[in-house]
Design a protein around this ligand. Structure first.
Ligand code: DGJ
Length: 720
């Protein structure tokens, strides 16, 4: 709910549990008043924090100083010395802006963003216009409340009305001010095959920042922050989180100033960004989803999950049951021909597996990762009869066909690169920087995106595929485009991301009934914007079940289980050699969109034979994965064990998984089942007993004693 009090000039944005308030102060600035637990409407003018005036720059013609005002969208170099949201540079090189309130309106429906960055779908939206009366530069701030989810989205538009050119040196999505800094900062850190591991940092005076300049979201730092009040855990404590709906270089920082206030800033990374705005043009920032939880990290996750499911992911797919796939990558890599694929597909008949995905290696001269990217033509030597022959073979065996693509890339050893060397991002006169032997296509150029659009349309429509895995396997380097003038090279990275969105929109809209899965060397581009196109994303190239407990739970801190793609693979694991039993590999992969990834010829017969029953079991619980609420018990990042419980919204059904890494050789493990209704009696199918929810949550259950490491145990609960 959004309200405005005319007399006090205060805006109130109320979610079910939170209030976010700001007001126009006596100097005409839009100042932040309050963000936290829901409070009644009030006149915030009684609350007058004032900082020491000495040596602090004053606002011209006012008795106040800049340091006093907590500007909603902060600028620099006038007297607020904290991190700015906006730094515009005029033709003289001056970098100041003084933004005061001009007008506002409340729109019934959230307006779409013009440049193509995905945003959440939404209703009532507050638009506040700020302007710099000295120059004519203005900023529109957009706020939408998601009541039940306790989410507030924010974004900004910068409009150049100055009569001359302005270069944006920085245009963040938002800054949010807090009156104190009694928080711990949580971020999700990692690298390839170790994505999204929670890290906790004590705030200190000055800035703590994460982010990257790799041109994509990356596995290294997720575009997420959470400020946690002391004592916060899964079930209790205040959490203020941010998740940026964007897939390019991002920046997040928390700054504690000399008075102990803190400011969270987030948006496109200014280090790899500059944007020239001609008079009359506007720039749209990505959207930021702020989440408030007064019941710990668990509630934060569930709120984010509902938000992404109901307002970001395509409704066509979000609650649609997904097929259980076998992906060829870990089992075959590049070494396959038609016969090997046929043998695999034939073996899948009646196995329970529902879709075969042909991963990398089916096109051009792609016999290893050194050649072929960009040549999206079937390698007829390997695959006579083309992809349709593979799709037909799948059909004959009663399964569907899926295909891998990596449309943003080119190998120097490819016909595409030989024909269009300038289509790759590189600086002429310097050796182009390879990564996995490939270059990035310059998607800031429309003709490049158009070429790939046509090619991909043809490939997909002729392939017989009902699933596409879209991969992206290197960061952007050099950041220089043949097509941009020198004073616009700072635009390359963001223009590249807009090109990716344009292709993703085109393909997903052209093939609405094809399921797209995102991927980027595992989960390096697992973000809210990608979810707008891809209802599921490959979570990590690490398929080891033990490592996956950390990676999946880290991913699902923000993103729904229904978006996390998890595969059972061969043991010993090809990445780390760890030996884990089939039960545990299966149980851990159940915690999201379930599938397989192995060489059928090498997969133990008895493990292959159990697949049918395992898939059937998955389909008994997959509506919980798609629609349910996730509750985490003990936390794997802090200890030896974890509990994952997914509960239906009406609390009538639940599926709980207990996992223990090393066997401590003591009493058999006991675990409590979170998220159940205390007053309901649950029948546990595996044990054929009925126990009140309150007892299962407080006393818990004992897992049978096992003599092995990496053990797991699942329970299916139904309220009587
Ligand atoms: C990286 C992905 O994460 C893998 O699953 C696989 O598709 C390879 N790329 C193929 O090159």
């Amino acid at each position: 709910m959004i309200g405005f009090n005319e007399e006090t000039k205060t805006f109130f944005l109320n979610g079910k549990n939170f209030t976010y308030a700001m007001r126009v102060n006596s100097d005409g600035y839009l100042t932040h008043c309050y963000y936290g637990a829901r409070v009644p409407e009030c006149d915030f003018r009684y609350f007058k924090p004032e900082w020491v005036k000495s040596f602090n720059p004053g606002i011209p013609d006012s008795k106040h100083i800049y340091a006093d005002i907590m500007q909603e969208y902060s600028t620099a170099y006038l007297g607020d010395f904290r991190e700015p949201a906006l730094v515009p540079e005029d033709e003289r090189g001056a970098r100041v802006a003084d933004l005061s309130y001009l007008s506002h309106e409340i729109l019934p429906v959230k307006p779409a963003i013009g440049s193509g960055i995905p945003t959440s779908r939404g209703g009532e939206t507050l638009v506040i216009v700020l302007s710099d009366k000295n120059t004519g530069l203005s900023v529109k701030l957009f706020y939408t409340v998601y009541d039940e989810e306790n989410i507030l989205t924010r974004r900004a538009e910068i409009i150049n009305g100055t009569g001359s050119t302005v270069t944006l040196r920085r245009a963040l999505s938002a800054t949010v001010d807090y009156y104190d800094s009694d928080f711990e900062l949580m971020t999700l850190e990692g690298h390839h095959a170790r994505e999204k591991t929670p890290e906790f940092t004590k705030l200190h005076h000055g800035r703590t920042s994460i982010g990257n300049i790799r041109g994509t979201t990356t596995a290294n730092h997720a575009n997420f922050t959470a400020l946690l009040r002391p004592g916060t855990d899964e079930e209790k404590g205040e959490v203020f989180a941010t998740s940026l709906i964007y897939s390019g270089s991002h920046y997040e920082s928390v700054e504690v100033d000399e008075s102990g206030r803190c400011r969270v800033s987030t948006g496109i990374n200014p280090e790899s960004f500059a944007w020239k705005l001609e008079n009359g043009e506007k720039f749209e920032t990505p959207e930021l989803a702020l989440c408030y939880s007064n019941r710990g990290l668990g509630q934060m996750s569930r709120q984010y999950h509902d938000f992404f499911r109901n307002y970001v992911i395509n409704p066509r797919w979000v609650y649609t049951r997904r097929p259980v796939v076998l992906n060829s990558w870990e089992g075959m890599h590049f070494s396959f021909d038609r016969q090997r694929l046929f043998d695999t597909i034939d073996a899948l008949k009646d196995s329970g597996i529902e879709l075969f995905v042909l991963d990398d290696g089916w096109f051009g001269a792609r016999n290893n990762d050194k050649a072929g990217l960009g040549d999206w033509f079937v390698n007829e030597e390997k695959l006579p009869g083309g992809l349709i022959a593979i799709a037909d073979r799948c059909k004959q065996n009663g399964i569907k066909f899926g295909l891998w693509i990596e449309p943003e890339m080119v190998n120097p050893d490819s016909d595409l690169y030989r024909a269009h060397p300038d289509w790759a991002i590189a600086v002429p006169g310097r050796p182009a920087v390879p990564s996995r032997n490939q270059y990035v296509l310059d998607f800031s150029r429309e003709e490049v995106v158009d070429y790939i659009k046509k090619l991909m349309y043809k490939v997909i429509s002729e392939s017989g595929a009902s699933y596409i895995k879209w991969d992206m396997n290197r960061p952007l380097t050099e950041n220089w485009s043949y097509a941009l003038p020198a004073d616009r090279q700072g635009e390359l990275q963001h223009r590249f991301v807009l090109g990716v969105y344009s292709l993703a929109k085109y393909l997903t809209e052209s093939f609405p009934d094809i399921l797209f899965e995102g991927c980027s060397g595992g989960g390096a581009r697992f973000d809210g914007a990608m979810l707008a196109y891809f209802p599921q994303i490959w979570t990590s190239d690490n398929t080891d079940a033990d490592d996956r407990t950390v990676i999946q739970l880290g991913t699902e801190l923000v993103f729904p289980m229904s978006s996390s793609s998890n595969h059972v693979s061969l043991s010993p694991n090809i990445r780390n050699g760890r030996i884990i039993c089939a039960d545990t590999r299966t149980n851990i992969a159940y915690g999201g969109i379930f599938g397989y990834e192995f060489d059928v010829a090498k997969y133990p017969k008895e493990e292959f034979e159990r697949i049918k029953a395992d898939v059937e079991k998955y389909h008994e619980i997959d509506d919980l994965i798609l629609r349910g609420d996730l509750y985490r018990g003990c936390n794997r990042t802090e200890g030896n064990e974890c509990v994952i419980c997914v509960v239906s919204k009406d609390k009538k059904r639940a599926f709980a998984t207990y996992y223990q890494a090393l066997n401590p050789h003591k009493q058999n493990p006991r675990f409590k089942i979170p998220g159940l209704a205390g007053d309901k009696i649950y029948h546990i199918a595996e044990l054929d007993v009925s126990v009140p929810g309150a007892v299962l949550s407080n006393l818990g259950i004992c897992m049978p004693r096992v003599k092995k490491d990496f053990a797991s145990y699942t329970l299916t609960l139904e309220a009587e």
